[in-house]
Design a protein around this ligand. Structure first.
Ligand SMILES: Nc1ncnc2c1ncn2[C@@H]1O[C@H](COP(=O)(O)OP(=O)(O)OP(=O)(O)O)[C@@H](O)[C@H]1O
Ligand SMILES: N[C@@H](CCO)C(=O)O
Length: 312
């Protein structure tokens, strides 16, 4: 379930009067999602998604919300935030900060096609280019400092041989600096469930709340590790090549990026191995997360390690 804060008809009606969105027709809770409360709000003007933020505070939201506005202005497939009559994107309902965006076409692609992977790769590269003129910065809260500090808290909870592998992977990443690679705003969590696919096309990228300033190629590695990897951690070469080729048709990689690619694929898998381990062993109090399988990303790392020649 993902309605943590319920909204009644007599609460949404005065809320909607603060916007130019017409009269309420239907209000329906959205079952997907694990962090925030989301509702489909149908009005006489159209269909929208209302998010009530359960953990982020209103003062933490502008970086993400203004980024969505910026990307939408550049034609990237994202839901463009809708301003209220005070020209504010962030409002409040039932004590939670809120955002309204249009309902995007499409649905989550659990088994993406090669063409869908290509379309996502191309849109991701377009997004990186469009975000170059977005001036706000956000350090990555889940970068190398975070995993290096977090992993040791997990070792005592893990099977010794898994802890050894994790420690070795953290040590390997510590040997690599990526300071010279192109950086910019990245989505940082563009898994299949954070994109709506409209047939072969991208209906929209959603859930920008891990977006930050980091290495652009790392974003592609995160995306490829989910869209082009099978359940057993094996890489689907056809899908991976389609995504890489389409990305490079918009933003070709430079030689330093090509050299860093195998390490970044492992870094991207390490980040989610650690966050899933953390969710599994130390779920934050009051957070309603369904712990996803951490060992999946352990297998992804092993596959990448076996195929260190996995090239662009
Ligand atoms: N703009 C949109 N248009 C259509 N559907 C949307 C839109 N935004 C969100 N959704 C639907 O709401 C669901 C939940 O959204 P989302 O994944 O952002 O949830 P969350 O709890 O905020 O984030 P997460 O689960 O990643 O922590 C999505 O799977 C999608 O079905
Ligand atoms: N996409 C993440 C969860 C949200 O950050 C994962 O699958 O582990």
């Amino acid at each position: 379930m993902s309605v943590f804060t319920t909204v009644a008809i007599d609460e949404i009606t005065p809320f909607l009067h603060r916007y130019s969105l017409g009269q309420l027709v239907e209000l329906k809770g959205i079952s997907a999602g694990v962090t925030n409360t989301n509702y489909f709000v149908t009005t006489t003007h159209g269909k929208y998604v209302l998010t009530l933020f359960e953990t982020l505070r209103a003062d933490e939201l502008p970086f993400y919300v203004n980024l969505m506005v910026h990307l939408a202005q550049h034609g990237i497939a994202v839901a463009a935030p809708i301003a209220n009559l005070q020209h504010q994107y962030i409002d409040e309902l039932n004590g939670k900060p809120t955002l309204i965006v249009p309902c995007l076409p499409g649905s989550v692609a659990e088994s993406p096609t090669t063409e869908q992977c290509a379309q996502v790769g191309e849109m991701l590269a377009q997004m990186h280019l469009a975000a170059a003129s977005y001036t706000a910065q956000m350090p990555n809260p889940r970068g190398p400092h975070w995993w290096a500090a977090t992993a040791p808290t997990l070792y005592p909870l893990m099977k010794p041989q898994d802890a050894e592998l994790l420690a070795a992977e953290v040590a390997l990443q510590a040997q690599h600096q990526h300071d010279t690679l192109p950086t910019g705003v990245i989505h940082a969590d563009l898994f299949r469930d954070n994109a709506l696919m409209n047939g072969e096309h991208v209906g929209g990228f959603i859930d920008f709340y891990y977006a930050c300033t980091d290495v652009l190629l790392y974003d592609l590695a995160i995306t490829l590790n989910d869209w082009c990897v099978l359940e057993d951690g094996e890489i689907d070469d056809e899908r991976a090549l389609a995504m890489l080729t389409a990305y490079q048709s918009v933003r070709p990689l430079n030689p330093a990026e090509i050299q860093a690619w195998p390490t970044l694929l492992r870094a991207a898998a390490l980040r989610f191995w650690v966050s899933r381990l953390l969710d599994f062993y130390q779920p934050a109090a009051g957070e309603m997360t369904f712990a996803k399988d951490p060992s999946h990303f352990q297998r992804v790392i092993l596959r990448h390690a076996q195929r260190c020649n996995f090239w662009v």
